[in-house]
Design a binder for this molecule. Structure first.
Ligand code: NDP
Length: 296
């Protein structure tokens, strides 16, 4: 087993997936159908195809219905939006995930914005972002939601904690900061123009790194006893004779682990939480659409 200060996201995600699977029969009983997640893949990007396949597998493993839709790489904007409209109207579909990135000739933001916000399990529509900002119940992007669950599991109430989020992407940094603010942290959002980043990180009880730069956050930046969540997934160049380089996060793990009270490893930390939270969002969307109270 991992040492106690290593946050085992893999085990946490497995337990969450089990709780979701356990809640599916009661939903099916009440609604007369299983929750359904539709995943749309446009084109044949191999990495996206792998993600879509693993999402489908996890969906079925949780006892939910998985609908997989593929459009050719030369699909038009109108064809993509027509498929999304059809899924919006489909009663059996509770969650819609448009796998990004789309081929370059398509307008991603415009396509995402056509998804019914109540089915927006990726939390990427403008309405979902607005609900999150306003503190109205809605769909929260999966990766930051997973980070919040790991933090709450480790720390309990986050009220009054000083948190630094490094990175301000729509997918991770911005919603992460909104979630931490909603949990009553005092939040600093850092990005590429931030000055004195090490000093700002040194004050933080909670550090979330979502940058995409291998081992950028150094151990000496971390306040002793802080909790460090490393969202970054970076592949280093392969060593002499090796086929593939090692995966590392945005945090210099060994250095940071020596000072932090708790830290997520890469891989095996935040990564596994994303699909678990996608299933959770689908289950929640299904309950809300059926007029049922949110599941535990
Ligand atoms: P983006 O590239 O969209 O955003 C990166 C952010 O980092 C930007 O806001 C950028 O600032 C900021 N940044 C860049 N350089 C610096 C710097 N030197 N100092 C401070 N901030 C900096 O990345 P994502 O948010 O999509 O992803 C971040 C990482 O998380 C990636 O490694 C990605 O692979 C990983 N990831 C992992 C997931 C998972 O575990 N399931 C899911 C999603 C992402 P600015 O805005 O000023 O340009």
């Amino acid at each position: 087993p991992a040492p106690p200060h290593v946050i085992d996201g893999k085990a946490f995600a497995a337990a969450l997936r089990q709780r979701i699977a356990d809640a599916v029969p009661a939903f099916a009983e009440a609604a007369g159908r299983a929750p359904g997640l539709a995943v749309v893949l446009v084109g044949d990007d191999p990495a996206s195809a792998v993600y879509v396949a693993s999402k489908g597998k996890a969906t079925r493993a949780a006892g939910m219905e998985s609908f997989e839709h593929r459009l050719p790489a030369d699909a038009t904007q109108a064809e993509v939006e027509a498929l999304l409209a059809q899924l919006n109207a489909d009663e059996a579909v509770d969650g819609i995930l448009l796998q990004l990135p789309l081929p370059g000739h398509l307008d991603e933001q415009a396509a995402v914005a056509t998804i019914d916000p109540d089915k927006d399990v990726d939390g990427l529509t403008p309405v979902s972002a607005g609900r999150l900002a306003l503190g109205i119940p809605g769909m929260v992007p999966c990766t930051p939601y997973g980070c919040l669950l790991l933090l709450q599991d480790r720390l309990g109430d986050l009220s009054g904690k000083d948190a630094v989020v490094i990175g301000r992407s729509i997918l991770v940094g911005k919603p992460m900061a909104a979630l931490l603010l909603g949990a009553n942290c005092t939040v600093t959002m850092a990005h590429s123009r931030t000055t004195d980043l090490p000093e700002r990180v040194r004050r933080a009880d909670i550090v979330v790194a979502a940058v995409g730069r291998p081992e950028m956050v150094k151990g000496e930046w971390i306040k002793p006893g802080a909790v460090v969540i490393d969202v970054g997934i970076n592949r280093l160049p392969p060593a002499e004779g090796a086929a593939k380089g090692r995966l590392v996060g945005d945090v210099a793990y060994d250095e940071a682990a020596a000072v932090a009270a708790a830290i997520t490893p890469v891989p095996g930390g935040v990564g596994p939480m994303t699909i678990a939270c996608l299933l959770r969002n689908t289950l929640v969307a299904a309950h809300r659409r059926a007029g049922l109270a949110d599941p535990e």
